[in-house]
Design a binder for this molecule. Structure first.
Ligand code: N7H
Length: 449
């Protein structure tokens, strides 16, 4: 069993509060920073054992902390953590990730590449977040300076739990051995070392510095979503599809479900290929119980009638396409939407005026095998997954990236899977950071020592 009082709360189960602030900062005075961290900030950091304890009083605002490689160096921690992408940082990696024109499209705070650390503060409301942040800033004074902040918030009302394109999120996460109390049908079971450094299953378990046990690398991405443009594109494509059995809106909904691999309700296309069965979406005994394969004469290499090869959830978790045995490239997601819902004016103009999107967070024991692998080797690789009748399934239609160029995805058009759809991505990277979220003991020593 894992020592859950050592693991920060966001890593294995997520802080899961309706509001969350990401506060990125640069350190000016490492000595003062260390002292304030150990004496005043540390007692506010929320652990996994605190979050899962049903009888413990929960703090009004939850706090987690993480640092970049530069930040750790400033705090005098130079041990070889063995993660080359973390050490390089995300700005120099942006082109390889396929980002579209980083100098212009990244938010300046992230592109300046000055981040040393981040405070993740979550709560039911903004007031406890604002007051904890004010307290932390008053303790730290001029020892840090703000670099960037992003306010994430769950959508509300009928869209509670759905991301900005309208799809139910937070359905599929791996179960971590030693932590999960059960496993749902179709959920993958992974070793703790896929997420936690220095744990069983981390390929570098015995090579990392001892203090890295029970921490995790955090990949952050500010991903802007062009929602009216996405919906308008689906309607436009739908109107050209020869299918008199469906209205144009029904055709557009089906195209959207095929892009994600799930309907907006969360129901997998693989279980409901033609019409939504909304009762499946929220049911954890059913909503992952598929693997893209079907009984003979179904041909896994040729048949996209249930789910296209390029669908988002198929590109980033290929299930039977990789023999149901990929345990090395999985991540724990802990993102939250940011920005307000689309306004009437934006719907009328089919154009985004106010930024909204996903504050994407993933945890993994190795950035190159986790977030970065899914982005570069799966979502952006038009040949993945291989061995299909169509050798180029195309980009992940949701976050596949091709620099400033358009992307294409095949199989989405259910009347003609060979008809590739080509479009400018509806998700734009506004930048990100690679950080490390250490264990509670490591925060005290070596980081604050
Ligand atoms: Fe994705 N979306 O709303 O369309 N994602 N994602 N994602 N995603 C998933 O299963 C979305 C992004 C994964 O186990 C669902 O919880 C959007 C990045 C993984 O079957 C939906 C963006 C990366 C899974 C979305 C975005 C991933 C997953 C279904 C960007 C990693 C689980 C709900 C704005 C590099 C797959 C669910 C599995 C599911 C959406 C980004 C990864 C609806 C809008 C950058 C591993």
């Amino acid at each position: 069993f894992l020592p859950l009082d050592e693991v920060q709360g966001d890593i294995l189960i997520g802080m899961k509060k309706p509001k969350q602030l990401f506060f990125f900062y640069s350190i000016r005075d490492p000595k003062k920073f260390k002292q304030v961290l150990a004496e005043l900030i540390y007692p506010h950091i929320t652990t996994t054992s605190q979050l899962i304890c049903t009888t413990c009083p929960q703090p009004k605002a939850l706090l987690n902390v993480a640092w970049t490689s530069k930040g750790l160096n400033k705090l005098n921690v130079f041990d070889n953590n063995l993660d080359p992408f973390f050490n390089m940082g995300q700005v120099p990696d942006a082109n390889a990730l396929g980002d579209n024109n980083p100098p212009q499209n990244w938010v300046p705070g992230l592109y300046m590449d000055k981040t040393d650390g981040v405070f993740l503060i979550a709560s039911k409301d903004w007031a406890p977040i604002d007051s904890l942040l004010a307290q932390i800033l008053s303790w730290l004074g001029s020892s840090i300076v703000e670099v960037h902040r992003l306010k994430g918030a769950h959508r509300t009302g009928a869209w509670e739990g759905h991301e900005h394109f309208g799809f139910l999120d937070g359905i599929s996460q791996p179960a971590v051995a030693g932590f999960a109390t059960g496993i749902f049908p179709g959920q993958s079971l992974i070793l703790p070392g896929a997420i936690l450094t220095g744990e069983i299953g981390d390929p570098l378990e015995f090579s990392r510095p001892g203090w890295m046990k029970w921490g995790s690398f955090l990949a952050f991405r500010q991903l802007q979503q062009f929602v009216p443009e996405f919906d308008n594109y689906l309607l436009h494509e739908a109107s050209a599809i020869p299918d008199s059995s469906r209205t144009v809106q029904e055709r557009a909904d089906l195209l959207g479900a095929r892009m994600i691999g799930r309907w907006k309700s969360g129901t997998p296309a693989d279980l409901a290929p033609n019409f939504d069965i909304p009762s499946i979406g929220p049911d954890f005994n059913l909503n992952n119980n598929f693997d893209f394969n079907h009984p003979a004469p179904f041909n896994l290499a040729a048949d996209q009638s249930f789910c296209p090869f390029s669908a988002h959830i198929r590109k980033i978790r290929p299930r039977a396409d990789e023999g149901n045995n990929n345990f090395a490239n999985q991540i724990m997601r802990a993102g939250i939407p940011y920005g307000d819902d689309v306004t009437d004016l934006e719907w009328e103009n089919n154009a985004t005026k106010y930024e909204r999107g996903l504050a994407f967070v993933s945890y993994q024991s190795d950035i190159g095998s986790g977030y970065r692998f899914q982005q570069v080797s799966w979502a952006n690789d038009v040949n993945f997954v291989g061995g299909k009748i169509d050798p180029t399934p195309g980009f992940d239609p949701i976050f596949g990236q091709n620099g400033a160029g358009p992307i294409f995805s095949s199989g989405i058009d259910y009347t003609d899977p060979n008809h590739d759809l080509t479009f400018m991505s509806f998700v734009l990277s506004r930048g990100g950071e690679y950080l490390y979220s250490p264990s509670m003991s490591a925060i005290l020593n070596p980081i604050a020592a």
